[in-house]
Design a binder for this molecule. Structure first.
Ligand SMILES: Cc1cc2nc3c(=O)[nH]c(=O)nc-3n(C[C@H](O)[C@H](O)[C@H](O)COP(=O)(O)OP(=O)(O)OC[C@H]3O[C@@H](n4cnc5c(N)ncnc54)[C@H](O)[C@@H]3O)c2cc1C
Ligand code: FES
Length: 255
């Protein structure tokens, strides 16, 4: 883990409230792998105080560029949105445990909304996985994924692009073709992916999201329920990527 002041190469809006940020990195990039995250101070002063976790979307070690994809939803990400080329960010990373890269297994990757962010670096490192993606309405960034996919399944909730509905529907039809499934997205989707994979004895890795404080295992803000009775895992150091059998979702997310 390194602390680095990174200059911004570009920060472009790619859809409503969605931005692609590219930063220069000399040290963090050396250790970065798919599924890990960066803990970023939204400003160079103390307001807001806490860093915000953002996943590594793509790491280009030749150029020394790390690409991030983020959704503006509150004070911190709104500050990110106001930054431009040449501005600097105070970053700690890479943090957490990423995705195991199981190149020899037939893989499916499923993402929902901004949850697609950590999946691009993963897809690049796998052998043309089948990709399942879902968005509420506006679709973004799919061309980046299609380059690295076998079959590609696109869903929108309103049916404006791809099929109407949710990508889990197509994954459920094809699940017997896969040896491993990787997922990131809303908890409802992750809970269904876990249930589907476990019912079909398919290995499954989920990238979990919880609010974070320290990002390094000291504050317990990010605790999530583990499948072991009365035991919690820290998303920042035990995850964010977990084998589906390690985590439990509360009743709200289970049918
Ligand atoms: C490991 C990890 C990786 C992440 N990767 C990305 C990414 O690649 N791109 C991206 O856009 N976002 C990502 N997030 C979520 C991102 O960290 C939050 O959206 C961000 O911290 C919100 O900060 P804010 O100051 O803008 O919003 P705040 O003002 O702090 O909150 C605004 C709203 O967002 C909710 N919120 C805040 N943090 C989270 C969270 N962690 N999970 C769910 N809801 C939250 C709040 O409850 C509130 O409703 C990731 C989160 C984690 C834990
Ligand atoms: S964010 Fe502090 S322990 Fe995970």
């Amino acid at each position: 883990m390194e602390r680095e002041i990174c200059s911004i190469v570009s920060n472009d809006r790619v859809a409503k409230d969605i931005y692609k940020l590219v930063i220069n990195s000399k040290s963090i990039i050396k250790e970065a792998s798919a599924g890990q995250f960066l803990h970023i101070k939204p400003s160079l002063n103390y307001d807001p105080l806490l860093r915000r976790p953002i996943s590594i979307c793509k790491a280009d070690s030749v150029k020394g560029h790390i690409m991030l994809l983020y959704r503006v939803c509150g004070k911190g990400t709104r500050l990110f949105g106001g930054l431009g080329q040449g501005d600097c960010l105070d970053i700690i990373g890479p943090l957490g445990k990423g995705f195991p890269i199981l190149k020899d297994k037939k893989a499916a990757v499923i993402g929902g909304g901004i949850g697609i962010a950590p999946l691009l670096e993963l897809c690049q490192n796998l052998n043309s996985p089948d990709i399942y993606m879902g968005f509420r309405d506006e679709v973004y960034f799919v061309d980046e994924f299609i380059k690295h996919s076998g079959a590609f399944f696109l869903y929108t909730e309103d049916g404006s692009r791809g099929s109407k509905g949710y990508p889990i529907e197509a994954l459920a039809r094809n699940i017997s073709s896969y040896e491993v499934v990787y997922a990131c997205g809303p908890k409802m989707m992750l809970s269904k992916v876990k249930e589907l994979c476990e019912a079909n004895s398919v290995e499954c890795y989920l990238s979990m999201e919880e609010r974070m404080g320290c990002g390094v295992g000291a504050c317990l803000v990010c605790a999530c329920e583990s499948s072991e009775e009365n035991y919690y895992k820290k998303v920042c150091v035990d995850g964010p990527v977990f084998n589906s059998r390690e985590v439990k979702f509360d009743d709200r997310y289970e049918r």
